[in-house]
Design a protein around this ligand. Structure first.
Ligand code: 13P
Ligand code: SF4
Length: 311
């Protein structure tokens, strides 16, 4: 049996569902039951009746699964799959920031620890942030954390002046404006697809700014045949699979010699570790009850609003 077959057999025997984010390596995406962006993964976790959820993604995604599906055993192939953006927002410092602004409602990006979600009014993902922020009355005072780039972008498209936490993703911050300009010159017909975690100077060069799912959908709907992709390069797997006749060019980071931009945390999810994790039912991700009880409310609020808005 191949490793893929062993994984599928174990998943069936153990009533386990394997979820994978678009940034994981292609072979992990191919063996998963479901591949999606952060919003779709949370929606899937909220609906599943599987006894085991294996989250091939990063730690906050596994925590979100556990919070939404406390009866399931939640596993992650490598427990050190962290997220620099979530780490840029320590829960105690964020709680202090929130306490200093008692008149503000708190909106947190899903890329946060469960403890940050516990002091949040509503969670958002890049797939619904604009719509959820717009659902608040125009004069409501808002805090947005932790991604300053996504926060700036949402402020610019909604006309809000949300107070922003000063956090960022080390992968999306690394994209090079200069290299993107050169690539645009070399591929004048290509559309530029940018994730909103990128810096403003990069977003300015975009034809489309959106979540991984939105960028993927755009490549399928657009008549364009060439795309410059300014997000983690794992997404190219699904883009290329859905449209094999189109060309997808990963935009490199600033680092000399780098041809594409990878999140080293997402890349910790290997087929071998996925197999071992299903076999041993470890490492398991848990969330303390007192945090989960608080964190579930803003996550459910996000899911409810997304449902109402058809997202
Ligand atoms: P999406 O919500 O677009 O899937 O992005 C998640 C993420 O980690 C981006 O860096
Ligand atoms: Fe976190 Fe950035 Fe990796 Fe996404 S790409 S999981 S935001 S470190």
């Amino acid at each position: 049996m191949t490793l893929k077959e062993k994984i599928r057999t174990l998943a069936r025997e153990k009533n386990a569902i394997v979820l994978a984010h678009y940034y994981t390596i292609g072979e992990v995406q191919d063996v998963a039951d479901f591949v999606g962006d952060s919003l779709a993964l949370a929606q899937k976790a909220a609906q599943t009746d599987a006894q085991i959820i294996v989250m091939c993604g990063v730690h906050f995604m596994a925590e979100t699964c556990k919070i939404l599906c406390p009866q399931a055993k939640v596993l992650i192939p490598d427990v050190s799959a962290s997220c620099s953006l979530a780490e840029s927002c320590p829960a105690d410092a964020f709680a202090e920031f929130v306490a200093q602004h008692p008149q503000h409602k708190v909106i947190s990006y899903v890329n946060t620890s469960a403890a940050v979600k516990a002091v949040t009014d509503v969670v958002v993902t890049s797939g619904n942030a604009r719509e959820i922020v717009s659902s608040f009355p125009q004069d409501e005072r808002l805090i947005f954390g932790p991604d300053r780039n996504l926060g700036e972008y949402i402020n610019s498209v909604t006309g809000r002046q949300m107070l922003l936490w000063d956090g960022a993703c080390h992968v999306h911050e690394r994209f090079s404006v200069e290299k993107l300009i050169v690539l645009k010159r070399e591929h004048p017909g290509a559309e530029v697809l940018v994730h909103p975690e990128c810096r403003g100077a990069v977003r300015k060069l975009a034809d489309v700014v959106g979540s991984t799912a939105r960028l993927l959908k755009h490549t399928q709907e657009s008549e364009c045949r060439e795309f410059l992709v300014v997000t983690e390069s794992g997404i190219l797997h699904q883009m290329q699979r859905a449209c094999p006749e189109k060309t997808f060019i990963p935009v490199p980071p600033d680092d000399p010699g780098c041809t594409c931009n990878e999140c080293q945390y997402m890349r910790l999810n290997t087929l071998e570790k996925l197999y071992q994790c299903l076999r041993d039912e470890a490492p398991e991700v848990t969330v303390p009850d007192e945090i989960a009880e608080k964190a579930v409310r803003p996550i459910n609020r996000m899911l409810e609003i997304s449902k109402e808005l058809g997202l």
